[in-house]
Design a protein around this ligand. Structure first.
Ligand code: ADP
Ligand code: TYD
Length: 216
């Protein structure tokens, strides 16, 4: 059977740390493979040099002021979109379905705890103009459950993985979604359920988006 062609689009997964983004992306990849729908999967922070710098800070190997961290995320995002090797903007333009673990709403939610949200949104305006997601899928899990998942399965935590912080981050996500409701498509999914139940909802959202292409 031949690969099915869809129009290029970006599907972003958002949520606090431990909300199940990687798990749901993996399950979605399996479904897409079974259906022979080509896709490219990626994440932010990226796996390129600025992303590595950010990971050094997240794991405590390097330190930087929160506003500098915000600027690094912005720079990493532009590089992720525009670099000549595997820039996402061109991929989507050329017809690829791109799945991404975090994008600018992560900056709006996490960096607005230390800097004004409007400044963070402004700092990312060029990314938003360059490539807007077809949908932002928000996996909603409360901070306590998310942290329990992280510590149970990993044992160590990173810079932002602290309960009070994650409660604030979740609130900032809601604030950002409300602020940008006219410009952005956001789908809320209850991420506190079993993995397969969540995956069904995710597939419902994604297949509705793809159906339009596959039918035309
Ligand atoms: P994220 O990428 O959002 O940080 P992960 O997908 O890595 O989240 O999930 C964090 C941890 O929680 C992992 O160990 C994963 O196996 C587990 N997990 C993911 N989804 C669920 C779920 N629906 N119920 C219980 N545990 C889950
Ligand atoms: P990630 O590796 O996705 O962590 P997790 O799988 O636990 O969700 O992201 C690393 C951390 O970086 C996470 O705490 C969220 C944070 N982050 C920001 O603060 N701003 C951003 O713009 C992005 C993309 C991530």
């Amino acid at each position: 059977m031949e690969n099915k062609k869809t129009a290029g689009k970006l599907i972003v997964f958002e949520g606090i740390d431990g909300s199940g983004k990687s798990t749901q992306i993996e399950l979605l990849c399996q479904t897409l493979k079974e259906r022979k729908i080509p896709f490219y999967v990626t994440m932010e922070p990226s796996e390129r040099p600025i992303g590595s710098m950010i990971r050094q800070i997240l794991t405590g190997k390097a330190h930087a002021d929160p506003k500098v961290i915000a600027a690094l995320f912005t720079a990493d995002r532009l590089d992720h979109l525009l670099n000549e090797v595997n820039g996402i903007a061109r991929m989507v333009e050329e017809g690829m379905l791109v799945l991404m673990d975090r994008y600018y709403f992560s900056s709006y939610a996490y960096q607005s705890v230390d800097a004004p949200m409007d400044w963070v949104i402004q700092a990312n305006a060029l990314s938003a103009q360059t490539l807007r997601p077809a949908v932002n899928i928000f996996l909603d899990v409360d901070a306590e459950d998310a942290l329990e998942r992280i510590t149970k399965n990993r044992g160590r935590t990173e810079l932002f993985e602290e309960k009070e912080r994650l409660i604030q981050v979740r609130e900032r996500y809601m604030e950002a979604f409300e602020k940008l409701k006219d410009a952005e498509r956001v789908e809320m999914v209850d991420g506190s359920r079993e993995k397969d139940e969540i995956a069904k909802d995710v597939w419902g959202i994604v297949s509705a988006l793809l159906d339009r292409d596959l039918k035309s």
